[in-house]
Design a protein around this ligand. Structure first.
Ligand code: M6R
Length: 367
């Protein structure tokens, strides 16, 4: 049942190329120039009337939503708010009929997410669910459903559900953009072509997993570490940090790289590991200067960079891992893979139960 892998998590990490393909299948026009989300009941007039989007989810699904915010805002120029579902209802969110609420849930049964969905509907919003389970509570109660075709996810630590949620956001963002005319066809075709390369790029990362095992073995000797990044790299940092905490029990914190100097830098001391994500070319120099700040205080910096940037980055960091280069917006779908593998190997190095971490359940059906 684990298909020759020692744990479900590792099996599911390796299923990602297929999960990406399955989630894209049938949703891209044959000529590769447009997205076709025929399962959505939203008319063009409805989409043109959306004034605000709220993305609501928990844990890893929330982290996918953080990337989703950037994707939708940059492709469709509609303002997006993100909320963790357990907070959403209690902040009396401003929900109107021209608000689209997107709930994201692998299981479709998370109590907080379901409660948020009901709150949104009660207030007249349309709800789109991004979920992995056909017929789940969330899928049944939402107005529209985008299924992520990740297949069953057994390990408590979510991997292929997160990455297919990213794919769903890319597709939906493009759907909005082509309906609203915020991006031209050539651009949409360019993004779709790059998306089709993602499975192959993920394979390339998986082929190098032994390198990541060595890195994880070293990180697992520490009790505290940091993840830093800017833009979508910050969103991916948050997911990397959660994954590590969840299964290795190593304390870590994800920080927006530019925010470190507003307090957290006080915690940087000799030898403390800092995992830096630098996939966004526009922000490269800025993040590099933050790396210098932590290096000057003795941190050990491990960086995830784009292929092609290794030589330059190697001058400023202690260790690095290069990922195949894609469009900046799509980088999370590749950059998270080494972080998933590091968490897996760190958990293994610490002798933990990788698939069933202490205190956690796969599906959280209490509020
Ligand atoms: O089934 P859901 O996507 O609604 O679950 C949400 C979270 O409980 C879940 O993502 C959790 O954070 C994972 N165990 C993280 O790996």
């Amino acid at each position: 049942e684990k298909a020759g892998f020692d744990h479900f998590m590792m099996k599911e990490i390796h299923e990602q190329p297929k999960a990406y393909r399955d989630t894209m299948m049938g949703r891209i026009a044959e000529d590769g120039k447009s997205v076709q989300l025929t399962e959505l009941g939203m008319t063009a007039d409805y989409i043109k009337a959306i004034r605000k989007i709220q993305i609501v989810a928990c844990g890893t699904a929330y982290h996918a939503g953080l990337v989703g915010k950037t994707v939708i805002e940059s492709l469709a120029r509609i303002p997006v708010e993100t909320d963790v579902a357990s907070e959403y209802r209690y902040r009396s969110p401003i929900i109107t009929e021209d608000t689209l609420v997107i709930v994201v849930s692998q299981s479709g049964e998370t109590a907080d997410t379901l409660a948020a969905l009901r709150e949104a509907k009660r207030n007249g919003a349309r709800v789109l669910a991004i979920t992995n389970v056909v017929g789940s509570s969330v899928a049944r109660e939402a107005d529209d459903v985008l299924i992520t075709s990740a297949g069953p996810e057994i390990a408590v630590a979510s991997t292929k559900a997160y990455t297919t949620q990213l794919i769903a956001f890319y597709l939906f963002g493009l759907h909005l953009a082509q309906t609203l005319g915020t991006k031209d066809q050539a651009y949409v075709a360019e993004v779709l072509a790059a998306m089709k390369n993602l499975p192959e790029q993920v394979e390339q990362v998986l082929e190098q997993k032994t390198v990541l095992r060595q890195i994880a073995d070293n990180l697992s000797k520490h009790n505290n570490l940091f993840f830093i990044g800017r833009g979508v790299d910050y969103a991916v940092s948050q997911e990397g940090s959660l994954k590590l905490k969840e299964i290795s029990y190593i304390h870590s914190e994800a920080y927006a790289a530019g925010e470190l100097k507003h307090g957290t830098l006080a915690l940087i001391e000799d030898g403390i590991p800092v995992v830096a994500l630098i996939t966004q070319e526009e922000l490269y120099e800025k993040t590099l200067s933050n790396i210098k700040e932590v290096k000057a205080r003795g941190a050990f910096v491990f960086a995830v960079v784009n292929a092609g940037a290794e030589v330059e980055a190697a001058k400023s960091v202690d260790e690095l891992f290069a990922i195949p280069k894609t469009l900046p917006l799509l980088a999370p779908a590749v950059a998270v893979i080494p972080l998933q593998l590091i968490s897996y190997y760190a958990s293994l190095a610490r002798g933990n139960d990788v698939d069933k971490p202490r205190n956690l359940a796969k599906s959280v059906t209490v509020e």
